[in-house]
Every structure is written in C-alpha cells, then in structure tokens.
Unconditional design. Structure first.
Length: 510
C-alpha cells in the first residue's frame, strides 16, 4: 500500500466509523405467502425448517399485515413506507411514481451496495430502478419455468405471466430453469462477487408462490395424499355465519369465488397442495441464503427480514385469492434475525405492517428518511422495547378494480382484539369481528346493538387514520386490461339483501 492509499484508508476509517459497523440487510419477499403457512406454527403437514430457523433464532411478528392485499400496491408500500393512497399504485397495472423515494436509495447514498433480484411488478416495466447497483428482474409476474414441459405440475393461463427472460443490469438473459432456484443462484453469485469493504443490502423478491402454484419436480405432488378440509362458506353453512355481507355471498360465483374459481373450477384442495409444495422451494432458498452467509462469515453481521407481500384465501368465506380484509388475505408471515440485537425466539404481538419495513430498515442502518412515511420503525419492538406508544389500530385499504368488480372498495381498522371493515360504493352492510375469539371471522357483530359504541369508535379511528395520512381522496386510475366480471351459468344466483335491510311500507329510515 502506497502512502496515498494508506492515508485514504486511514481517512475513511476516521470519517466513516459508523458505516463500518452498519449491519448488512437481506430482505426475502415471498409472493402471496399467507401468515399460517409455516411449519413452526403447527401446520398439519407443511415443513419449513429454514423459516422455522429464522423464528427460533430471531423474531416472529405474530400480527403482521399488509395495508393493501395485492402484489403491486404491497410492493410499493414496502419500498416507500407509504399507504397505497399515497404511493398511488392501487392496482397491478400501474407503475410507481418517479417522485417517490425507495428506501434502498437512502441505503445506497449512505454507502451500502444494493441489489434487487426478482419480481418487481409495478407497472409493466422490468427496467432497472433507482436505488439498486445490481438489477435482475422480469416483466409482470414472470413464469415458474421458461417452458411448461419442464415441470411435472401443470397450471392454467395467468394474466401478466410473461416469459421474456431476465433483465440483468440492462442485458437480456434467458431464464433457464425453475425461477425460485434460479433467483437464488443469482443472489448467491452476487453475494460472492460483491465488495466486502462495504455493507450490503440484498432484496430477493420471489415470484413463488404466486398463482398458479407450480412446484419444482423435487417437491411436486409430495403432499398429494394429505387431507385438507373444505372451509365452510356462508352458502354451504349459512348457520355458521352471522350476517355475511351480500357481496361475499355473491363472490362465491365469480372468478374469485370457490364456485367459479378463475373460471376453471379449480379444485381448492389440489390448489393448496401445489401452493405448499411451491413454498418448499422458497424455504430451500431461505436455507441456501442463510448457509451462504454463514459460510462467508457474514450471517451474524446481517439483518435478515423475511415477509410475504399479501396472504391468500383458499375457500374461506367462499372466496379465493386476496383483496378483501379477512385475515387469510391480509395477514402475512414476518420474521427477522439478527442475534446481535434481537433475542432468539422473540415473539412480537403488536400489529406491524408492510409500510413499517422501510422505516425499520433505515433505522437498522442508522438512517432516517427526510420525507414523511406512513409506517413506523418496529426495530425497538423487535428488540423487546418501546411498545407502550405503539399503534392501537392499523388502517387497511383496497380500491375497487374494474377488472375484478366482485370485491368492493373496502377500508378496515385492525386492532388487537377487533376488526372493523367498511365498504364503499356498494349497497351492503359493514362488518365487525372479535378476532380474538372468532379468528375465522364468521360472526359479524355489526348488527349487534351492544357493539354500537365500538363501531362508532373504530369508524372514527378509520377516518382519523385516513385524515392523518391524506387519505380522504380516493385514487382513481384509468380503465385498462381485461374485465373478469362473469358468473358461472347455472351457478348460485344473486344473494338476497341482508335481513336488516327490509322494512314494511310506511316505516322510517331509522
Ligand atoms: Ca402477491
């Protein structure tokens, strides 16, 4: 080392002492991973040993939610720390605005080397995005394999699933094999080639396990023999449900209902089996990344955050897919490992969300955004501190999409004991659930007169949360894409209005 480089090295140490100590950060995002599809939670057959390891050696956020249950809006919320009404990506078609700051930009400016590997899916672009030194992505949903003949498991046509290979730093590279494995290969390659003098941020954003769920052959049909119960629905078990909204009963016979699932009559049990098998490959990926970091000696200096971008409904309430505010749709797995600061086996009960990821990871790096974020850092909660002034309620929002008209605009307020859901633009009733005692959300308490004050309070909280985050104007985007508005011929007919909506002639509106 000559005198000049020696003096630069000495100066760097003096100038950036904090940078040298900043932890590396790895985020692993899984598509549509619902909160209860985890082995360590006592799942009847699914085994997720590597995710279980993250929970055992780190923190499990037991009540983690997304603020909009849809791929693109949730991804935009993760990157910006904003609600969908602020980042404006309220459907799966529109890109994220150029004026918004992605938290990786701030990490990059502070000296982190940054990489994005996987599904971007905000708009139709797969172009390199701001904040990332290394870029690998693909258009829309991507595909599990470049040729369906490569897999034993077969699926149906999925909108926005395109096979145009990868964009790797502006260069087109063909996809060769199974997506989850191949993205992990690239992540490992990047980890091996990066500059070891700088902290790093790696964002692995899996296509798995988005529908149609196609597992790799090594896991295909592994769960073919397991028994899966059929969830009761308001149509199949009307007495089990109290006051379900009319739209819920109507959605059963729609593209996003069990009767007419994706217009193909998908067998929900088989579908769930393939989902779990595809998830095994994601668990393998988690295992490979942890093992890679362990071998390079970097694991203990790396904060690993694992989460899903939204949940998935497999027939509960007679519905499939996501968008609505029931827990199967909006609750996600969230795990964090960093034994230097986080006690192994920690369980956090407080309600955290996708909008909290950006402020949390900035705090991890000793940074703070100058722009306002809707989310809050949960880093102190993860460390077992600072829970007394944590949020009482989380706001959920979903905006009606012309392409999928069966799910209405809905806002919800999620508390630790109760959830209140308010529908907008439909002639229907709202919902209130005591989620603590009724986790399957079958007993709608909205018409229970003893709950009036609670509904008033939660309704006020909802509008306060909206007002505090400039959310009182609804986003309206241009029409585009296919409209999936059909019902199955000969299927169930339109639902009756709820009983409480009927009055005899001459009575008042009260
Ligand atoms: Ca998703």
């Amino acid at each position: 080392m000559n005198l000049r480089s020696l003096s630069i090295a000495f100066f760097s140490i003096l100038l950036f002492p904090a940078l040298a100590k900043r932890p590396n950060i790895v985020v692993i995002l899984t598509d549509d991973h619902r909160y209860d599809a985890l082995g360590f939670l006592g799942h009847p057959f699914l085994k997720t040993p590597h995710m279980d390891r993250l929970a055992a050696e780190g923190v499990h956020f037991q009540n983690a939610y997304v603020t909009t249950s849809l791929c693109s809006p949730s991804r935009a919320s993760i990157l910006t720390g904003l609600y969908a009404h602020n980042h404006r990506v309220v459907d799966n078609y529109n890109p994220v605005g150029k004026s918004l700051t992605f938290f990786p930009e701030l990490l990059q400016s502070a000296g982190y080397q940054t990489a994005f590997i996987g599904k971007w899916h905000m708009g139709d672009s797969e172009e390199k995005q701001r904040g990332f030194d290394y870029w690998l992505s693909f258009k829309g949903q991507g595909v599990y394999v470049p040729d369906p003949a490569m897999l034993k498991a077969k699926g149906r046509f999925v909108p926005q699933a395109t096979n145009s290979g990868f964009n790797i730093n502006g260069k087109r590279v063909a996809q060769k094999g199974y997506i989850t494995d191949e993205l992990t290969d690239y992540a490992e390659e990047w980890l091996g080639a990066k500059d070891d003098t700088k902290p790093f941020f790696l964002y692995v954003s899996h296509k798995g396990v988005h529908a149609d769920f196609l597992p790799p052959d090594r896991h295909a049909f592994k769960y073919d023999e397991v028994l899966i119960p059929t969830p009761p629905t308001p149509l199949s078990h009307p007495t089990l449900f109290t006051d379900p909204p009319m739209w819920v009963r109507n959605q059963s016979n729609s593209r996003h209902g069990v009767e007419f699932a994706y217009y193909t009559g998908v067998d929900m049990k088989k579908y769930y089996r393939r989902y779990c098998e595809a998830l095994l490959a994601v668990d393998d990926s988690v295992g490979r990344l942890l093992s890679n970091l362990e071998k390079s000696g970097e694991l203990e200096d790396t904060v690993v955050l694992y989460l899903g971008d939204n949940g998935f409904i497999f027939g509960e309430h007679g519905l499939i897919d996501k968008r609505c505010a029931y827990d199967e749709s909006i609750r996600i797995p969230m795990l964090m490992r960093y034994p230097k600061s986080l006690k192994p086996g920690t369980k956090v009960e407080k309600i955290v969300a996708n909008i909290d990821v950006a402020p949390t990871l900035l705090e991890v790096a000793g940074l703070k955004s100058k722009k306002r974020m809707d989310g809050e850092s949960f880093w102190q909660l993860a460390k077992g501190k600072g829970s007394s002034d944590w949020r009482k309620y989380l706001l959920y929002e979903y905006y009606w999409e012309r392409n999928y008209p069966q799910t209405p605009t809905n806002h919800a307020v999620i508390g630790e004991d109760y959830k209140y859901i308010r529908y907008h633009g439909v002639w229907d009733q709202d919902e209130l659930y005591h989620t603590k005692s009724d986790p399957k959300e079958r007993k709608n308490l909205f018409n229970d007169s003893s709950q009036e004050s609670r509904i008033t309070e939660m309704n006020k909280a909802l509008f306060d949360l909206l007002a505090d985050s400039s959310g009182e104007n609804m986003p309206l985007l241009r029409d585009r894409g296919t409209k999936y508005l059909h019902r199955k011929s000969g299927g169930s007919r339109g639902a009756d209005f709820p009983p409480g909506f009927r009055r005899d002639a001459g009575t008042s509106g009260q």
